[in-house]
Design a protein around this ligand. Structure first.
Ligand code: ZN
Length: 354
């Protein structure tokens, strides 16, 4: 089979398309013929050597959907021909977190000696080969069946981006009628969060640094839009939520927008983040935190239930994933390049097979 592989983290860092034998199917595993995959930050971080202990060669591809081709004899509830999304994080299925549906908190496969704070270590493709390949093997429990009427083209951005956003909104404990600000609204997580908040009856002020995104954000349901510049954002926020501020701040960006998110919150407000792309540290006023009874909520990937709920919302047309650009399997390096550029709107799609 053909597979994109990272062969070196050093000066020759990058990926190459190689013809390799199909790996044997381990106990409890399934083989998937990959249909669509995408590019996410964790793929680029892995290629760039952020997780330097990863054994090479390694196939990136944190997010993919496809058809089950082969199952090991002890793989239950998954059958050849099933169309599935791949849950992008390894989990043991038996610990107290997994037993209560918190697969994203599972420590199975986590390597604390290597990344003491970072549960990304059990995500694809850090934990095992991902989906930039004609076929891929994963534990059967990571395969989640797609709703019948959901096409691969509409499903491919749900397993990581859609699920991560769904989990953030669940963690935010939204109440219909509340108001939210969404930072990084042009990104796949921001776009998903905007739509999922609307599904839950929450009004949204969508913030994007690209003026050209505004009309599309409104079409996807944003009640108000703003550029992130302080003066404009203050004005839009005042008009949107009055002097008290918003109930929820969804912020996948990290350091660059933390203060603006935090300061936009009303008493009792909840700040939810799932990323630190712009930096991992922030200063905050402890006085403001306790006196306004604000909650800071961390969120990473999601649960199988979040994935199933997001797929269901996609199949009913309530959660759509705008596609920034599409690439064939031979053009993965161009897709990776596009992901590194500013001003993207939505997902980068890679078609591997029909
Ligand atoms: Zn577990």
């Amino acid at each position: 089979m053909k597979s994109w592989q990272i062969t070196d983290f050093g000066a020759g860092a990058g990926i190459s398309l190689n013809e390799i034998p199909e790996p044997p199917l381990g106990s409890g595993f399934v083989r998937i013929r990959v249909a669509r995959t995408s590019v996410n930050h964790i793929d680029r971080l892995t290629i760039g050597g952020r997780f330097g202990w990863v054994t090479l060669p390694r196939t990136p591809g944190s997010e993919y959907v496809g058809t089950v081709e082969e199952v090991s004899p002890d793989a239950v509830d998954v059958f050849p021909g099933d169309r599935v999304a791949v849950f992008p994080k390894m989990f043991c299925g038996i610990c107290r977190y997994c037993a209560s549906g918190q697969e994203s908190t599972c420590l199975g496969g986590w390597e604390p000696s290597r990344a003491p704070m970072d549960l990304s270590t059990n995500m694809l493709p850090v934990s095992m080969n991902g989906g930039w390949s004609e076929t891929a093997v994963i534990p059967a429990r990571n395969a989640v069946r797609l709703p019948e009427n959901l096409s691969f083209d509409d499903a491919f951005g749900i397993p990581l981006s859609g699920m991560t956003a769904w989990h953030m909104i669940r963690r935010a404990r939204t109440v219909p009628g509340e108001k939210a600000i969404v930072m990084g609204s042009g990104g796949a997580i921001g776009l998903s969060a905007l739509q999922i908040l609307k599904i839950h009856g929450v009004s949204v002020l969508a913030v994007s640094s690209t003026l050209a995104h505004m009309a599309e954000l409104k079409r996807l349901g944003a009640d108000a839009v703003s550029l992130p510049a302080q003066e404009e954002l203050d004005r839009e926020l005042l008009e949107f939520a009055g002097k008290t501020g918003v109930d929820i701040a969804i912020d996948p960006l990290g350091q660059s927008t933390f203060q603006r998110s935090f300061m936009s919150l009303s008493p009792g407000g909840r700040y939810v983040t799932c990323g630190s792309l712009t930096g991992a540290s922030a200063e905050l006023s402890i006085l403001r935190l306790y006196s306004r009874q604000i909650e800071l909520i961390g969120s990473t990937t999601g649960s199988k239930r979040d994935l199933a709920d997001a797929l269901e919302a996609a199949s009913s047309g309530r959660l759509t994933m705008p596609v920034d650009s599409s690439y064939g399997f031979e053009n993965v390096p161009a897709a990776v390049q596009r992901h590194s550029e500013r001003g993207r709107f939505g997902k980068i799609r890679i078609s591997v097979s029909e």
